[in-house]
Design a protein around this ligand. Structure first.
Ligand code: CTP
Length: 419
């Protein structure tokens, strides 16, 4: 077994090494909670590539939550969550440490949450998603730094390969398809043809994945800089379609996602929604059951498409542009602006977003009452009229607005029988 202790010294930040050493001494003191202790997951993968990562994943043969609480008190940290699967999280300063009880997993039916039983590290590694994520570094004092790599993860790292451990991996957990794609884009690796075959064969099992889990893995993709590459690949491999047949991303939207690397994830959701039909947006929302900002971002696209051609008219007044665009979420219109070809529509969107939406009358409701307008619906109607006049620049000063009110009030009173 190769020993990677020297590599750990070189690649891991001092604060992480310190936590790992503390964990090793807690384990030697409390063997009933940790007969064996390992560093696992992304930190092992990234360290072997010479890169530092933030999140520490520990696996203990014993009792994960009990070990987490001993570790937390040694580090002056807190145990923040304990799950039914024998895992617990420790927060210590800026570091977050996940502690899991080494376990075996079986799946009652494809896509279901696993049934978990405590196990040794060999079984714990065998239940994992990809060979590059199925390595462990022994942290016990006697064998500190020994690399356990039963599935050829190190050689796949060197060959830049994403490979599952067994042919039914995606049937067990279809969300691994999104994970494979995310690692491929992030690391510049290649999903192996056999793994692609398995993925495409078993992606139909996405039906059994809950909205919350599908949404969580999509969010992970949107959170990473290579999101456009991942989304394009997920569409090409049929993974988006397995999540929902309504899930497609227009080429223009993909390019716009790529062109806006610094925008927040919800803006990219709006770019996805921008070219969906109403039926597609509705069924995607039903499938993902996302929070309200996602619903608005996905749903606004089809409503906008209904009015897009009107925005091409050359005779539109600013107040008419306002009437068309008021009520749309700003983010959805920003997404449309990003997508629009250089036409009148684009100019209208820009003028609404940058200027028109901020134009308000100078007079307030109180000013209208002071000018003799009776309390009631007329106040709102006059304010709306003032706003239109200001948008179209037919009024300039406060006096212009008062003059308009005095001219319109008798007419409106007359129309309204006094109100
Ligand atoms: N894992 C898995 N199957 C999943 C999710 C996670 O096998 N569906 C395993 C992998 O071994 C993974 C580890 O759990 O390495 C930790 O999961 P996570 O924190 O999501 O990923 P990391 O590998 O730490 O990678 P990332 O850099 O994306 O956080």
């Amino acid at each position: 077994m190769p020993n990677v202790a020297a590599m750990m010294e070189r690649s891991l930040p001092g604060s992480v090494l310190e936590v790992l050493r503390t964990a090793a001494s807690v384990a030697s003191r409390e063997p009933e909670s940790a007969r064996e202790l390992y560093l696992v997951g992304g930190m092992v993968r990234d360290m072997l590539r010479g890169e530092a990562s933030e999140d520490i994943d520990l696996s203990v043969v014993g009792d994960g939550p009990a070990f987490a609480s001993a570790l937390a008190s040694e580090l002056n940290g807190d145990v923040t969550k304990i799950s039914e699967f024998g895992t617990a999280a420790v927060e210590a300063g800026s570091l977050s440490i996940d502690v899991a009880t080494a376990r075996d997993e079986t799946y009652e039916h494809p896509g279901a949450l696993p049934t978990v039983t405590p196990a040794g590290i060999t079984k714990d590694l065998a239940r994992r998603d990809f060979t590059i994520n199925a390595m462990a570094v022994d942290l016990s004092n006697a064998s500190w730094g020994e690399l356990i790599d039963p599935h050829g993860g190190m050689s796949d790292l060197m060959m830049k390969r994403i490979r599952t451990l067994h042919t039914d991996s995606f049937a067990d957990d279809p969300t691994r398809a999104l994970r494979a794609i995310r690692y491929e884009s992030r690391l510049g690796f290649k999903i192996q043809p056999v793994t692609v075959n398995d993925m495409q064969r078993d992606c139909g099992n996405f039906d059994a994945v809950s909205p919350a889990r599908a949404l969580a893995d999509l969010r992970h993709i949107l959170d990473e800089p290579q999101r456009a590459t991942s989304l394009e690949r997920a569409e090409e491999l049929g993974v988006l379609g397995s999540i929902s047949p309504a899930f497609r991303i227009a080429g223009r939207s993909l390019k716009a996602i790529q062109d806006t690397p610094d925008r927040e994830p919800i803006f990219h959701v709006a770019l996805i929604g921008a070219r969906l039909t109403q039926a597609e947006a509705a069924s995607l929302i039903k499938r993902l059951d996302p929070p309200v900002d996602w619903r608005a971002a996905l749903g606004a696209g089809s409503t906008y498409q209904e009015i897009a051609s009107v925005l091409e008219r050359s005779d539109l007044r600013p107040s008419e542009i306002a009437e068309l665009l008021e009520g749309f979420p700003v983010l959805a219109l920003e997404a449309q602006l990003q997508l629009a070809p250089a036409t009148r529509q684009k100019a209208a969107l820009r003028s609404w977003l940058e200027e028109l939406r901020f134009r308000e009358p100078l007079l307030s409701g109180d000013d209208l009452l002071a000018a003799g307008v009776p309390q009631g619906p007329l106040v709102g109607r006059l304010l709306a009229e003032l706003k239109r006049a200001r948008l179209d620049r037919t009024v300039g000063t406060r006096d212009d607005e008062l003059t308009l009110v005095k001219r319109r009030l008798p007419v409106m009173l007359n129309d309204n029988g006094g109100y």
